[in-house]
Write a protein that binds this ligand. Structure first.
Ligand code: ADE
Length: 230
């Protein structure tokens, strides 16, 4: 495969999940990418297969044990960077997605409980990645999100057109509105310009809609777009 993903999780049954369907699922069947979900619990060594313990210094929840997680990491394939899905990580961007998709693969650790022992993050060089400013009950849905974004960029998964269009998102503009037949639906017409056949005018309309939408909805992106770069 051109991209090899390994996921370390306490719930391997969550994979491939939605990634076994549609675009990603087809690419998986075609061998364009591979996905191996490994059970962290398989690396526990005691009679009860303990993976977590109480936080030092007290507090709520449980913490993934460093020895167990490190053993799982050390036993995993070593293609590409090691990531930890975490709400305190660097924000996931299309830029990071593109960077990862250009590499040989990645190892994704899914946290549960209150978190993982800080020493594993440090000693195994885990790069913490967040998919947004909200808290999930575990890193698994975040890993699915990250992998979906990566897989659609792999060669042969999508027409280069659609993935190339994504080039414009990061630091760029939101998409313009889309329409398809019927021309009139529930009393609302497709904007006449789109039916005019005037390709230059259509391109101008699309660009204008993208700019207006970005200005209204995402002043942060609009600012970056105007001042150029990223
Ligand atoms: N795990 C829990 N919440 C998360 C988030 N927002 N992003 C990534 N991993 C998470």
């Amino acid at each position: 495969p051109s991209f090899r993903a390994t996921v370390l999780t306490l719930f391997p049954e969550m994979f491939p999940g939605p990634l076994g369907l549609s675009l990603a699922g087809r690419a998986l069947e075609q061998g364009i990418w591979s996905l191996e979900a490994r059970d962290i619990r398989a690396s526990a060594t005691d009679r009860h297969r303990t993976v977590d313990d109480h936080p030092a210094g007290g507090g709520a929840g449980m913490v993934l044990k460093p020895d167990v997680l490190a053993a799982a990491i050390d036993a995993a394939p070593s293609e590409g960077p090691r990531l930890l899905m975490s709400p305190r990580g660097e924000p996931l961007t299309q830029g990071l997605v593109r960077e990862l998709a250009a590499g040989p693969g990645c190892l994704i650790v899914c946290g549960r409980f209150e978190g993982v022992d800080e020493r594993v993050i440090e000693k195994r060089g885990l790069r913490e990645v967040s998919i947004g400013d909200y808290v999930l009950s575990g890193g698994e849905p975040a890993a699915l999100v990250l992998l979906d974004a990566i897989v659609r960029l792999l060669p042969g998964v999508m027409g280069k057109q659609a993935s190339g269009e994504e080039e414009s998102f990061e630091g760029g503009l939101l998409e313009h509105p889309h329409y398809t037949k019927p021309n009139s639906w529930e009393g609302v017409e497709i904007p006449g310009i789109l039916l005019s056949g005037d390709h230059k005018a259509i391109a101008r309309w699309k660009q204008e809609r993208r700019e207006a939408l970005t200005r209204e909805r995402r002043p942060d992106l609009w600012q970056r777009h105007k001042t150029g770069k990223i």
